[in-house]
Design a protein around this ligand. Sequence first.
Ligand SMILES: *Cc1c(COP(=O)(O)O)cnc(C)c1O
Length: 406
Amino acid sequence: MDSASASTHAYDDVRRTPSRAPRALATEAVHAGRDDLARQGLHAPPIDLSTTYPSFDSRAEAARIDAFAATGAEPEGPPVYGRLGNPTVARFETALARLEGTDSAVAFASGMAALSAVLLARASTGLRHVVAVRPLYGCSDHLLTAGLLGSEVTWTDPAGIADALRPDTGLVMVETPANPTLAEVDLRAVAHACGSVPLLADNTFATPVLQRPAERGARLVLHSATKYLGGHGDVLGGVVACDEEFAGRLRQIRFATGGVLHPLAGYLLLRGLSTLPVRVRAASATAADLARRLAADPRVARVHYPRIGGAMIAFEVHGDPHEVIAGVRLITPAVSLGSVDTLIQHPASISHRIVDAQERRGAGVSDRLLRLSVGLEDVEDLWGDLRGALGAGATADPVERGAAVV
Ligand SMILES: *Cc1c(COP(=O)(O)O)cnc(C)c1O
């Protein structure tokens, strides 16, 4: 065997794991995307930082590039160029597809780059119309509302999806639980209403640990990998899990527009996946406990905690939400979510600021809503910090508190 085919073998192994009995999620989380390592004499996955790959056979390269241009299937054999695919990133893609129960996954530089690629893939076939359900993550809402990529959006509720479809509708988009209100939609019912139009479910909040949208009819499952998949607040990334046909189109868009995930980010995301089930279950147990305590606190007007559980809580306070943000000591007042440490933010000021105020309130994002991303700290320490911060919010705004009580 010459050296070119030896490296072909190693790279192809990353993506084409031999067929075998299905494995549980916790097992896939630590083994998927790594099945070839032991045979290669490795334990930790190698990080391949090459931007380009040598090939002495340019006739063969021409054929591989033609094949990619036709279908977007990953080129057979060794990698060609970093924008076409990277072996370390491929490990993360393989693992995430396995966790979501899809054929394939395509990784991007961020969640927004992933959503952009989906919109471009649809618009390039002439299907520019999108039907979407609010609330969505603030920047997703903005991308659709402003039509930055040439799409046109119709906002509706889940019951209105079937009526909102047009001949040029290329996509239906929902988040469940949604950012930031944690509103849930029935994915099976929505997928049915979509007919043949692809349904994109943003699964960033639930993660495949709590919900696998592809099993309920979503053709596209989107993640801001920046959140739970990475899980440590130190890597930006996005990914779409889907069937191989759609994945091919996404790879072609990624190749042409360049929103690639860096290999170091691919490594960190793969490492993040290995603890995903443990992190999500532990943080969810703490979040469920905190949601109960918040609901029983007289300074809290309303608590939103999803039926499917999870590590996110949204709650509305009677007092001034800005004072609650200013009052935390252990919890970090910051946008983003899904990290090992607990974060709190005020969606109307930060994550959903870019959404028109009227539309934002109409979507259930009240000006008194706070969004808490529960981490792995001890529940008593978190509750102590929240209680203190709620006290700050309650006393700093006695007029408004009085009004709310009346
Ligand atoms: C953060 C987020 C995004 C955007 O992801 P980035 O990685 O920040 O680009 C999309 N959807 C949801 C639900 C998010 O929370």
